[in-house]
Ligand binder design. Sequence first.
Ligand code: SF4
Length: 469
Amino acid sequence: MVATPTPPEVALLPNGSPRRYVYVQTFGCQMNVNDTDRIFQVLEPFNYRPTDDPAQASLILLNTCSVRDKAEQKMLSQLGRLAPLKDYNDDLILGVAGCVAQQEGERLLKKVPHLDLVFGPDHIADLPGLVERARAKERVSETRFTKRKEFAFIEAAPREETRISEFVTIMKGCDKVCSFCIVPFTRGREVSKPADAVVREVERLVAAGAREVTLLGQNVNSYGKDLQGDRIPTFAQLLREVDAVAGLERLRFTTSHPMDCIDELVGCFGELRTLCEFFHLPVQSGNDRILREMRRFYTAAEYREKVAALRRQSPQIALSTDIIVGYPGETDAEFEDTLTLLADVRYDSIFAFKYSPRPGTRAAELPDSVPEAVKRERLARVLALQDAVTRTRMEAYVGQTVEVLVEGPSRMASKGQTTRWQLMGRTRTNVIVNFPVPLGEFWSDRWIGSLATVNVEQAKSNSLYGTLA
Ligand code: SF4
C-alpha cells in the first residue's frame, strides 16, 4: 500500500509553467531500463523531474515486460496498489508503457478503470503530447507500430550523473520467428540505428564520464540488415567503429541469436581492445526436435561448434545462455539433451525458465502438455547442475590477477568495516569483484571509473573477493 497523506505541490518555475515529478517503475530487461532513461529524457524539457516517491509524482508510469507471465501479473497488482493515490491527487496521471501496453492497448484501459494512458515502445518520443491529452481527461491508448522507414531513435543525452556503465540501443524489434517469443509482437520489425548515430552517442557518453558501453538490441548480430544507402556496416564493423572511440575502456553487447553468430563476429574477440570476453548466446534447448519446434534454425551440434569457435578465438571468454524447460511436448529424453549440453558447454551463468505460453505466439496454440510439477523438477535439475558448474568456474579465479572496472562502494561497505572499506567492480568477464581500500582512499574520487588490478583470494557463489595487486 502506498501512503499518501497530502497531494504533492506543483511548484511553478520562473517562467510560470508547473514543475512536476514523474515516477517510473521498470519491469523486465535492459531494453526496458534503457527505455525508462529515454522516458525521463523526453519529459525533462517539459519540466518533469524523476522521483523515487510515487506519492510525490504527477505522472506514474509502469514500464512493463510481457516475456514472462509473472511480470504482467506483478504490473497488474502494482496498478491496484497505486489506485488510491488518485483519490488524493487530482493532478495524477497513471500510465502503462512497454510490452504489456503494446500487447494489450485499449483492453488494458477497459480492464483497469483508473488507468489514464497506455502506450507502446514506439511512442516514447510522443509521450509529452500523450500526457497532455490525458490531462485533458482523454483516456489515451497509442500502440500503432511506426513504419520502419519512419522510425526515429531517441539518441541518449548524457545525464547530470552519467553512469560508469551505460547502454546504447542500436536496434529495435526482431525479424526472427521463435515460436515461444512475444517480442516480435510487442517490439515490431527490426530497425537499426544508423552507425554514425551509434558512434556519436557513445562519444557523448564517454565524454560525460562513461567508461563501459553495452550495445543493446533484441538480436544485435543481425544489425544493419534493414539499413539502406551507401553505408551499411555489419554488426562486427559497427563493433570496430565503437571500439575506436577514444576514452572507451570496455564494450559489451546483448542479445544475440546463434544463427547470426558468424565468423566475422567471433573474430572480433581478442582482437578489439575494448570488446570484453563475455558472450550471452541463448540456446534455449539442447534437443534438435525441440529447437526445430521452437523455430530456432540451428541444431545443438551447430550451436556447440559456435561455442568451440568462440573459445578457440578467445580462451578466456565467459559464456551465458537462456534455457526454457517444459516446452510443449518436451519428453524426459529431450530434456536430458539440455542437461547434457549444459554439462558439456559449462556456462559461467544461465537464465533458466519454465515454459509459459504467451498470447498470440505460435507455441501458445499447442497444448501446454508438460505438467507444472515436471517443469518445476526439470528447472530444479537445471539450476542444480549450473550451480555446481558456476561454483567451479568461480573457484578457478582464485589465485588469478584480474582487471576490475570500479563502479563504486560494495554493499559490504555499509556493514561496519571502519579501517578498510570495500569497493566493487566487474571483470571483463562480467564477474563482480569486491576489494578493500583504506578509509581515506575510499572517499577519493580517483577510484570510480578506474581500472584496478586485483588479486583474487576468495570466490563466493556470485562474486569474488581480493586485494589490490
Ligand atoms: S530472436 Fe530472441 S527476440 Fe527474436 S523472436 Fe527469437 S527469442 Fe524473441
